[in-house]
Design a protein around this ligand. Structure first.
Ligand SMILES: Nc1ncnc2c1ncn2[C@@H]1O[C@H](COP(=O)(O)OP(=O)(O)OP(=O)(O)O)[C@@H](O)[C@H]1O
Ligand SMILES: [Mg+2]
Length: 223
């Protein structure tokens, strides 16, 4: 099992009170899954991805990644785990504008504590169909191409877990389908686990499992 969530809660302070963004979420995710968190705006999808991505910590309950209890790790250890084992694809791509596609991918490898290996970075970009775009900067590429650089950057470390919050939100339907098909192929070829948050049927039609959230609670899991 890759991830085990046991009665996870997340409470944010709000004004004088608080918001319970997640309430008692228990869930098991196996290595190699291709899974979406779905549900209305405010249901807790991003909060959940941030917790399993070690970007934030739960208010209650526990999360195990590869059998390690994240609650027992220091901030520094969590940061190391995140850099080495988890790839993120953000909605807004978050590429560094002054760097080329190849350099953006190389930065991720360095942050992951891995040796700068240009061949490996180039291969990651070739894998996402960007052989001809290696030396272009983000503003010289289309939205779909930028999203593919972000995917190459997430995958170059060969992470066990790839987390993508609304991966199609800034893409037209053609690019959204292409990007999802690409991630699915990478999931099948390399066995990396993909977790998405989404409202988009392009994603929901392609995942193997969907966890539906509502008001911070798991409503149902399909299939
Ligand atoms: N940093 C924060 N401080 C206070 N409240 C927050 C914070 N982040 C999220 N929330 C609240 O927690 C709840 C869940 O938010 P979350 O962002 O996880 O929802 P979501 O399902 O990703 O929504 P969307 O589909 O709009 O992205 C919401 O009520 C939101 O207002
Ligand atoms: Mg969200």
């Amino acid at each position: 099992m890759l991830l085990k969530l046991d009665r996870v809660g997340k409470r944010y302070p709000m004004g004088g009170g608080h918001v319970d963004a997640l309430k008692d979420v228990s869930l098991e995710i196996q290595a190699g899954e291709f899974l979406a968190f779905a549900g209305p705006s405010g249901s807790g999808k991003t909060t959940l991805l941030n917790l399993v991505g070690c970007l934030d910590t739960p208010s209650s309950g526990s999360i195990q990644l590869d059998g390690q209890d994240l609650g027992r790790m220091s901030r520094g250890q969590l940061g190391q785990l995140r850099a080495a084992r988890i790839g993120f694809v953000f909605q807004s791509f978050n590429l560094i504008p002054v760097l080329s596609a190849l350099e953006n991918v190389e930065v991720a490898l360095r942050l992951g504590g891995l040796p700068a290996d240009l061949d490996r970075c180039e291969q990651a970009l070739v894998d996402v169909g960007l052989k001809e775009q290696l030396h272009k900067r983000p503003n010289q590429m289309s939205g779909g191409q930028q999203q593919r650089v972000a995917i190459a950057r997430a995958l170059v470390k060969q992470p066990a877990l790839v987390i993508a919050d609304e991966p199609t939100a800034n893409l037209d339907s053609h690019n959204g389908e292409a990007v999802l098909d690409l991630m699915r192929a990478l999931n099948e070829d390399k066995g990396a686990t993909f977790l998405f948050s989404t409202h988009d049927s392009i994603v929901l039609d392609r995942v193997r499992r969907t966890v539906w959230l509502r008001d911070g609670v798991v409503q149902k899991i399909e299939p």
